[in-house]
Design a protein around this ligand. Structure first.
Ligand SMILES: Cc1cc2nc3c(=O)[nH]c(=O)nc-3n(C[C@H](O)[C@H](O)[C@H](O)COP(=O)(O)OP(=O)(O)OC[C@H]3O[C@@H](n4cnc5c(N)ncnc54)[C@H](O)[C@@H]3O)c2cc1C
Length: 338
C-alpha cells in the first residue's frame, strides 16, 4: 500500500455467490467507485473475503478494480459478522481509504455498522447516489418511508462507509483484457473466537432473478383473493422475464413465501418497471417500491392510493386485465422485430 495514494482510494466490498461469481451489486459499486476515485486521483480497490475465491480477481479487474485484496481462508467460507469484521476492520484501519462502498444486502447491512463502530468511520445507509461536491462526499438516501430524499455530507476527513441500494446505479462496463494487481491478505482469525456458525443453508426455489436485482417486477396483493391466483402473475412475469413479489397480506396469509414481501418490513426494490396488481398502495408498501422507474397499477378502486404514485393506472378487474396483458406481451414478443 503506498501511503500517498491510499487516502484517495475508494474501496468496494465484493459480494459474491460462494466464490463462483461476482454479484451484480458489486459491478454497480465498482462503477460508482471508478467515478469517485477517478475524480480524486485514487485507485479502485476491491476487497473480497471468502474461501476459494481466487477466481474472482480476473473479473473484478475487467470491471474496474485496480487492486484486489483477497482474504481467502476456510474460516471465511460462510459469512459471519465476527470473522468478516475481524478481517475487514484492521485492513481498513491500515489503508485508511477515502471511502468504502458496500451493498445494502442482507450481510452488507449486518456488517457495515459493525465496521463503522470498530473503525470510527462515518456511515450512511441506503444510499441511492454518492457524489463529490466541493471536495466533500455527499450521499443521497430516501427517508421517512421514501416520502423525502435526504442529502447527507460526510465529515471532511476520516474513513467513510456508504451502504448503497442494489439496482439503482449503472454497473461498471466490462473492459476485456483489463487486469488488477492482486494482494493476498493474511487471515489470522481464530475459528474459536467466531461466536456464530452457519448450520444449514436452504436455497430458495426461485427460478427468476432475486427481487432486489430484478428489472421488472409483477406484484400481487390481497386483491388476488387466494394463492391459486398468483399463477396469473407467474404467467405475466414469465412473458415479461420478470420476478414476482407481493404486498404483506399474501405473505401473512401463507399464499406466497416470505421472501416475496415488498415494503417496510419486506424488501426494498428498485426495478425499471413495477406492475402492482390488486395492491392498494399503503405507505408501508410504497416504502419498498416507490423507487421504481415506472409503476403500473391495476386496481378496481379508482381512489386507491397506489394511483397517486403510478405512472400508468388501469382501473378494472385484475382477473380480466392481467390475462389480456400477458397475451399482449406474448404477441409483441412473438412479432418479428423491425
Ligand atoms: C408496521 C407495519 C409494517 C408493514 N409492512 C408492510 C410491508 O412491508 N409491505 C406491505 O405490503 N405492507 C406492509 N404493511 C401492511 C400495510 O399497512 C397494508 O395493510 C398492506 O400493504 C395492504 O396490502 P394490499 O394492498 O395487498 O391489501 P389491501 O389494502 O386490502 O388492498 C387490496 C386492493 O386490491 C384491490 N382489489 C380487490 N379486488 C380486485 C380486483 N378483482 N381487481 C383489481 N383490484 C382489486 C382493492 O381495490 C384494494 O385496493 C405493514 C403494516 C404495518 C403496521
Amino acid at each position: 500500500m503506498t501511503a500517498d495514494s491510499a487516502p484517495r482510494d475508494v474501496w468496494v466490498l465484493v459480494d459474491h455467490a460462494d466464490g463462483r461469481s461476482v454479484r451484480k451489486i458489486t459491478y454497480e459499486l465498482l462503477g460508482q467507485a471508478q467515478a469517485l476515485a477517478g475524480a480524486a486521483g485514487g485507485r479502485v480497490v476491491a476487497a473480497a473475503l471468502g474461501a476459494g475465491i481466487g477466481g474472482l480477481a480476473g473479473d473484478l479487474g475487467v470491471h474496474g478494480a485496480d487492486r484486489v485484496m483477497l482474504a481467502d481462508a476456510p474460516v471465511l467460507e460462510r459469512y459471519t459478522t465476527d470473522a468478516y469484521a475481524a478481517v475487514l476492520a484492521p485492513l481498513l484501519e491500515e489503508a485508511r481509504p477515502r471511502l468504502l462502498l458496500m451493498g445494502s444486502t442482507a450481510w452488507g447491512r449486518d456488517l457495515a455498522p459493525r465496521i463503522a463502530a470498530r473503525t470510527g468511520a462515518g456511515i450512511v445507509t441506503d444510499c441511492s447516489a454518492v457524489e463529490i461536491e466541493d471536495g466533500r462526499i455527499v450521499a443521497t438516501r430516501p427517508v421517512m418511508t421514501r416520502k423525502a430524499i435526504a442529502r447527507v455530507a460526510f465529515a471532511a476527513d476520516g474513513l467513510r462507509i456508504a451502504v448503497v441500494l442494489p439496482n439503482v446505479l449503472p454497473p461498471a462496463p466490462a473492459v476485456p483484457g483489463r487486469t488488477a494487481e492482486t494482494v493476498a491478505v493474511p487471515v489470522t482469525v481464530d475459528p474459536g473466537a467466531v461466536r456464530t456458525r452457519v448450520v444449514e443453508i436452504r436455497p430458495l426455489a426461485r427460478e427468476t432473478v432475486p427481487l432486489t436485482e430484478a428489472d421488472i417486477i409483477v406484484a400481487g396483493g390481497r386483491g388476488l383473493k387466494g394463492p391459486e391466483h398468483f399463477a396469473l402473475l407467474d404467467e405475466l412475469a414469465g412473458a415479461l422475464g420478470a420476478a414476482v413479489g407481493s404486498s404483506r397480506p399474501p405473505v401473512d396469509s401463507g399464499w406466497v413465501p416470505h421472501d416475496y414481501e415488498i415494503g417496510q418490513t419486506g424488501k426494498t426494490v428498485n426495478p425499471q418497471l413495477y406492475i402492482a396488481c390488486g395492491i392498494s398502495g399503503a405507505p408501508q408498501h410504497q416504502a419498498g417500491m416507490s423507487g421504481a422507474r415506472w409503476i403500473v397499477a391495476i386496481n378496481r378502486d379508482p381512489q386507491a392510493p397506489i394511483f397517486q404514485i403510478a405512472s400508468y393506472g388501469l382501473v378494472g378487474d385484475l382477473f380480466q386485465i392481467v390475462p389480456l396483458l400477458t397475451a399482449a406481451v406474448r404477441r409483441l414478443k412473438a412479432a418479428p422485430q423491425g
